[in-house]
Write a protein of this length. Structure first.
Length: 201
């Protein structure tokens, strides 16, 4: 196609070039970054190094009867501590009561448990797990009566029941004859009553 030049007046030829559109190519979206550590199902839990290790069962079971806050008067005032009473036994005819003091509960209970192990007694039990005779004892202001009761199970309450359970005694009936509510005195009276039993010769 020819067109006149405005400045020179000459006719110049121009050519038309067809431009074809290039189709767009879809670029793939960037892959998402994998989550750190992967999913919980794939990751799972780290295997423990303690597999196969079982904590040895203690020889004696223990139960706390009472924990009290006590004070001691010193030159600068009063010093407070904790007093714990613990009953320990193997449920096979051996039981004891201990008392311990410390600045915290754990220390007082540990001392009480060691004291209970030193004060343990052995009780002659029958084949049914009962006691052969009726026993009675008094400790401080507490008075306790323990009687055999075949086929009735363990009938007792308070600290006396804890002593009988840890001693492994069943089929007995226990009564606290005194109005004392002191758990330590009742537990000591029960242990004193059981200590009067002697094995048959």
């Amino acid at each position: 196609m020819s067109e006149p030049d405005i400045n020179t007046g000459k006719i110049t030829e121009t050519t038309e070039v067809e431009v074809t559109a290039v189709p767009e190519v879809a670029t793939p979206a960037p892959a998402k970054r994998a989550e750190r550590g992967g999913s919980r199902e794939k990751r799972g839990r780290r295997p423990s190094n303690r597999t196969g290790r079982e904590r040895p069962k203690p020889e004696f079971d223990q139960k706390t009867v009472s924990v009290r806050r006590v004070a001691r008067v010193v030159a600068g005032g009063r010093r407070f501590s904790l007093s714990a009473a613990v009953v320990a036994g193997n449920r096979k005819g051996t039981v004891g009561v201990g008392l311990g003091k410390g600045l915290d509960t754990a220390l007082a209970m540990d001392k009480a448990f060691r004291s209970a192990r030193k004060e343990m007694i052995s009780i002659p039990l029958t084949k049914e797990g009962s006691i052969p005779l009726e026993v009675y004892a008094k400790s401080s202001s507490a008075r306790v009566l323990i009687m055999p009761a075949p086929g009735r199970g363990l009938i007792a309450g308070g600290a006396v029941r804890i002593v009988l359970e840890l001693a492994g005694i069943s089929d007995v009936t226990a009564k606290i004859l005194s109005p004392s509510k002191n758990a330590l005195s009742n537990a000591r009276a029960a242990v004193k009553a059981l200590s009067t039993l002697r094995p048959r010769r």
